[in-house]
Design a protein around this ligand. Structure first.
Ligand SMILES: C[S@@+](CC[C@H](N)C(=O)[O-])C[C@H]1O[C@@H](n2cnc3c(N)ncnc32)[C@H](O)[C@@H]1O
Length: 353
């Protein structure tokens, strides 16, 4: 990509020059509430250098379990906080690629590399930072079907071409690979005259994805179901910014999607049952696939075909006993929690939300 868009130039200026640390943010949109972190993520964070932490601008914690030995791609890695956490979770046999377009951000990530590897006890780095655009991962030599997990923390909203970003993600993911990302979403399309305000853009508001447009984008790319892990309404916390864009409802959401051909656009009932074995480290009693699928250890749970595929055709498969197949169809699957949710709570889920 040779000509930068407004969004790319504005984000480089905002994250490379305007912001010096998390405390410079004007709203709480790019600000993670880390209350639900797993013990291993908390332990990994303790080993992250202060310089990396002070320039953390994420809005969630998109770090799934079972990363050991995985190839992980962090889109818009910034100064590398999540990449360095993933580095510890992936272990010496795994690897992490961090991509960012802003030199100042990547410089911090890069100059901490040796000391972080020493703190983690690694003989050679398992992290490699690459400067470039998340819309063009080919230019960064990330091959098709090469990545187990793509994660991203408060970045995709900043992209001028979100469809291409998701298309690239689906290109580089291995079949069955997982996308887990935290980002800012909106309950309506952002008015055109506010889309080019550099502060609103930098604060991750002007480019926020309208939930239904996000669903349509994934559907058009062949990803027919995705799941919401968490959804928190953002309180902007700034009277000036509220005065300008307060008509829009913003959400900080963490979304999980898989590269699976077998997903359908609506939940279908094939009489399949999933039983969690209780074997995912740190999750002995249950596993939350999303915000309304908590699988209790040992308890058979009737699931739709999509949930069966997400648990049975991905790296989670070894931890679930999936009973039944799709040979007999019993009609649509009643995904009960959706029926009782308000539109706001539903927040634009995939087929099963
Ligand atoms: C809100 S910050 C989040 C950084 C990091 N994920 C974190 O949690 O600290 C957004 C980051 O995305 C990067 N970014 C935004 N748009 C990008 C694009 N199109 N390509 C590559 N990086 C981009 C910015 O340079 C910035 O470092």
């Amino acid at each position: 990509m040779t000509i930068e868009t407004f969004e790319q130039t504005a984000a480089k200026e905002y994250y490379g020059v305007t912001l010096q640390s998390t405390t410079d943010l004007k709203t709480t949109a790019c600000c993670s509430l880390d209350e639900n972190l797993s013990p291993s993520v908390k332990a990994a964070l303790i080993k992250i250098n202060d310089e990396v932490l002070t320039k953390f601008y994420g809005c969630g914690s998109p770090l799934p379990p079972l990363l050991e030995g995985c190839t992980v791609l962090d889109l818009g890695c910034g100064t590398g906080r999540d990449a360095y956490v993933a580095s510890q979770l992936a272990g010496p046999l795994g690897r992490v690629i961090g991509v960012d377009m802003t030199g100042e951000q990547l410089d911090v990530a890069q100059r901490n590399l040796n000391s972080q590897m020493a703190r983690f006890g690694y003989q050679r780095p398992n992290v490699d930072f690459r400067k470039g655009y998340i819309e063009d991962l080919k230019a960064l030599e990330i091959p098709d079907n090469s990545v187990d997990v793509v994660m991203s923390n408060c970045v995709i909203n900043l992209s001028p071409d979100k469809r291409t970003v998701f298309s690239e993600i689906l290109r580089v993911l291995k079949p069955g690979g997982e996308l887990l990302f935290s980002d800012v979403f909106s309950g309506r399309r952002i008015p055109e005259h506010l889309r080019y305000d550099p502060v609103l853009h930098g604060e991750c508001l002007a480019g926020a994805m309208y939930t239904e447009d996000f669903r349509r984008t994934l559907r058009d790319l062949g990803c027919l179901d995705y799941r919401i892990l968490s959804n928190r309404r953002i309180n902007l916390g700034s009277p000036e910014i509220e005065a300008v864009i307060g008509m829009v409802d913003f959400y900080s959401m963490t979304v999980r999607a898989f590269k699976l051909d077998s997903l359908e656009d609506l939940c279908e009932d094939y009489g399949q049952v999933a039983v969690y074995r209780g074997t995912i480290p740190e999750w002995p009693h249950f596993f939350d696939l999303d915000d309304h699928h908590r699988l209790l250890t040992g308890k058979p749970m009737l699931v739709c075909g999509n949930t069966a595929a997400m648990l049975g055709e991905t790296r989670y498969a070894a931890h679930f006993d999936i009973r039944g197949d799709r040979s007999v169809h019993y009609g649509p699957f009643d995904c009960s929690p959706a029926a009782v949710k308000t539109a706001e709570e539903a927040g634009g889920g995939g087929a099963c939300c």
